[in-house]
Design a protein. Structure first.
Length: 188
């Protein structure tokens, strides 16, 4: 059974592969808004601290990155996933109930749902057609699928971090070399 809550000329698969210019444009703008000057400074501070500790991408940096991504980039999956989960449980006994209610619950998302007596599967898509999550009653429940915007954000943040980390390590080497050169005492 497939239930769609939006009308689109493109299939959900096209969105998932990133063939839709609308998604790419939206992704670029979303990431640009999330990678602020303040966030870049925070990344650089974490990279410098981590370089001093000799640790690449310490947990505190990863928490910062995840928090920023969740706040500015990640779609709100939880509400739609919760609604689909409830409906999947109802579908086993009342398939018509699922069809009647799902349209009103997904907030512009669509779901491709398969419900059978031996289990259920579902794929949750954004209004733009990107796959946001999948569900398998035999495979541990929900699996979140990274969107293009989330991937692009993480790549951009990692690039800023890498540059700052390398700069901090280079500064440390230069300082260590200078300290070593000034402490050499050659006696004849």
């Amino acid at each position: 059974m497939q239930i769609n809550c939006f009308t689109s000329l493109a299939s959900p698969r096209q969105g998932a592969r990133g063939n839709m210019p609308r998604i790419r444009k939206k992704t670029d703008q979303t990431v640009k808004n999330a990678i602020t000057d303040g966030f870049i400074r925070q990344i650089q501070t974490h990279a410098q601290r981590d370089a001093q500790k000799g640790v690449y991408m310490d947990q505190s940096y990863l928490r910062l990155q995840h928090s920023q991504m969740k706040r500015w980039v990640s779609p709100d999956r939880s509400g739609a996933m919760a609604h689909v989960t409830v409906q999947l449980h109802q579908a086993a006994s009342q398939p018509s109930y699922l069809e009647a209610l799902l349209d009103h619950l997904l907030g512009g998302c669509s779901a491709k749902i398969h419900s059978a007596p031996d289990g259920q599967t579902a794929e949750l898509y954004s209004p733009d057609g990107e796959n946001l999550a999948s569900y398998n009653s035999h495979g541990g429940g929900w699996t979140v699928i990274q969107t293009q915007a989330e991937h692009q954000f993480q790549s951009a943040a990692a690039a800023v971090y890498l540059r700052a980390f390398r700069a901090a390590r280079a500064e440390m080497k230069t300082a260590a070399a200078a300290a070593s050169a000034s402490s050499i005492n050659i006696q004849a």
